[in-house]
Design a protein around this ligand. Structure first.
Ligand code: ARG
Length: 590
């Protein structure tokens, strides 16, 4: 379906043209004075220069023409030359009827679907997930769902950090603890055990222990670096340990991400890109892009317009080792070869921005991607505690994700029990707390522009009032309950029943509903889930005001009642679709 704003603009453009003016002056925007009108057109102001007359003369002429239009209930020329518009009740009614009958609620699928890869999550194997990984998971998942909803082919790739010193550290520590394992027997030629020699909790203890020891013990660190080199260069036993680390870690990660309703299509890691490195290095040298500088191999990526220094992109260190940049470039080569994406989006902490500037420029300059291929950095800010400092546990340690989720769920459970006055049985209340708790976490994050830092405030995020996930869910549950009661009365909500808006509040709700496709389109263009949040917050407010002012089920006139029910149904569908895009669901009651 065309966007409501486009239909309105077309109508105004027609009037401008009929009066002998250029089409460009007929642009309509949402009113910035909602007390006066719903939409406005300021084109007469610009047109006045061109047509050498007062703006109000143009506005008056156009408004006269607009009186013939069925789209508007009111069109006024206002000094010095604004056109204030109110759309007609039947126009909104028809638009919403069509929307409710459409399974995509009026949102058209992309005419030319693109293949997109979203690089998000990025946890480091063998290290517990902490809140630092939360934002990438939440934002990336939503961007992925948004792209899919718009009709693109979107692949989410977790891009595991599985290729660093942490692997060598774990191997070294394991060797000290269990030297008799066959992985450390250089003469062992048999098949290694299938079962990993550690559990996830052991693994999570081994890594920090090894990391701590290496900081004080030079020889130990040397050993870990040696082990890292060996595992990266084909040591049979170490590679078997690496596989165990991956297995155990990935199984645990899958469980944790599933709790967050985050799903990846690709579980690739930095290690998967390594086979592409030799070819990449050779190509960059051959084509003359890479040169030696102080022993290292680098590619220049600065541009004349830079206001800040962009250092050369390092490809190999002087000892021949590859770097984070090398891995990301090789991953681009791999992705182009395997998936041929039109765009790759990186949802990563914004403090890594310079790294991506270097990687993107290098990839472009050296032709690793085609000129049309998009490389987009979606950098996010820090999640802070209520003290304004990076989020920590009460004891000041790194907060593990599981604990954060447990804290929220507990608070949610308390509120749900309190709210229902003990009417909801324990088990259901726990399950509901999980669903609502997830909305609190995700909405709390997504409602902020991604690039900004934000304060994670358990008290505020779990509140049923204000701009929060639970408030949105509460609104959905409220509508579900109205619809259920309606069904209990023996009726079925009808798609075609939407009536003419009666009164300002209902009309304003209906106009907000009509903006759904525009909101989605806009959010996708900017890859900005916060725009979906802003939209549903307004919509939920619009519905709740309508709910408080209107008798819905008690309305006596049957067709009016059907109309009110249909508007409620549409609101529920739009809200549910939006929270699906944001990555959470609603309970039946709360
Ligand atoms: N593992 C990295 C980290 O924890 C994030 C990876 C981001 N993605 C990428 N393609 N570099 O910092």
């Amino acid at each position: 379906m065309k966007k409501l704003l486009d239909l309105i603009t077309e109508e105004v453009v027609k009037a401008f043209v009929a009066c002998g003016y250029e089409r460009e002056y007929g642009k309509v925007t949402l009113s910035n004075r909602p007390d006066l009108c719903e939409y406005q057109c300021n084109g007469s102001m610009a047109g006045a220069k061109k047509y050498h007359c007062a703006p109000i003369q143009i506005a008056t002429k156009v408004v006269e023409e607009l009186q013939k239009s069925a789209v508007f209930e009111e069109a006024l020329a206002v000094n010095p030359g604004f056109i204030n518009l109110k759309v007609s009740a039947s126009f909104v009614q028809n638009y919403l009827r069509e929307m409710l009958a459409d399974e995509r609620l009026g949102c058209e699928k992309a005419a030319e679907p693109k293949t997109m890869i979203i690089d998000y999550g990025g946890p480091n194997v063998a290290k517990p997930l902490h809140v630092g990984h939360l934002r990438s998971a939440i934002i990336g998942e939503s961007v992925k769902r948004l792209g899919r909803f718009v009709g693109h082919r979107v692949l989410g790739d977790i891009h595991l950090g599985d290729w660093g010193l942490q692997m060598g550290l774990i191997i070294t520590e394991l060797k000290k603890r269990k030297p008799d394992l066959p992985y450390f027997d250089e003469s062992f030629a048999g098949a290694y055990p299938k079962e990993a020699p550690f559990t996830i909790s052991e693994l999570e203890e081994i890594y920090p222990a090894a990391s701590k020891r290496s900081e004080k013990d030079e020889a130990y660190k040397e050993e870990a670096m040696e082990a890292t080199y060996l595992v990266q260069h084909g040591h049979r036993g170490y590679q078997a340990v690496l596989r165990h680390i991956l297995e155990v870690s990935v199984a645990d990660l899958k469980k944790n991400y599933a709790n967050l309703q985050v799903e990846f299509d690709l579980w690739k890691g930095e290690s998967d890109a390594q086979p592409y490195i030799p070819g990449l290095v050779a190509e960059l040298k051959e084509k003359g892009f890479a040169y030696e500088s102080e022993g290292a191999l680098v590619v220049d990526v600065k541009e004349d317009t830079d206001t800040k220094e962009v250092p050369p992109c390092m490809i190999l260190k002087s000892d021949g080792a590859s770097l984070y940049t090398t891995t990301d470039l090789a991953t681009i080569v791999e992705r182009m070869k395997l998936y041929h994406p039109d765009e790759i989006v990186y949802v990563v902490d914004k403090r890594q921005e310079m790294h991506f500037v270097q990687v993107f420029r290098c990839a472009r300059r050296t032709g690793l991607v085609e000129s049309e291929t998009g490389l987009r950095f979606l950098g996010f800010g820090t999640m802070n505690g209520t003290d304004g400092k990076p989020f920590k546990t009460r004891e000041g340690g790194v907060m593990r994700l599981e604990h954060l989720i447990a804290d929220i769920n507990e608070e949610m459970y308390r509120k749900i029990v309190e709210n229902s006055e003990g009417e909801i049985p324990e088990e259901e209340a726990r399950e509901t707390a999980r669903i609502v708790g997830l909305s609190a976490i995700k909405y709390g994050d997504l409602s902020n522009q991604a690039s900004k830092d934000y304060v994670f405030d358990v008290e505020r995020f779990t509140s049923f009032e204000g701009n929060t996930g639970p408030y949105i869910l509460y609104t959905i549950v409220r509508i579900k309950s109205i619809l259920n009661k309606y069904r209990e009365m023996g009726f079925e909500p009808e798609d075609g029943a939407i009536g003419m808006p009666k009164g300002e509040t209902q009309k304003s709700l209906m106009l907000r509903l009509a903006r759904f496709n525009g909101a989605v389109e806009n959010a996708f263009e900017e890859l900005a889930p916060h725009k979906i949040c802003a939209y549903i917050y307004e919509l939920a407010n619009g519905f709740n005001k309508f709910y408080h002012e209107t008798k819905i089920l008690k309305e006596e006139d049957e067709s009016t009642r059907e109309g009110l029910i249909a508007v409620s149904l549409l609101t529920e569908r739009v809200l549910e679709t939006c929270i699906g895009i944001l990555g959470f669901g609603a309970p039946e009651r709360m």
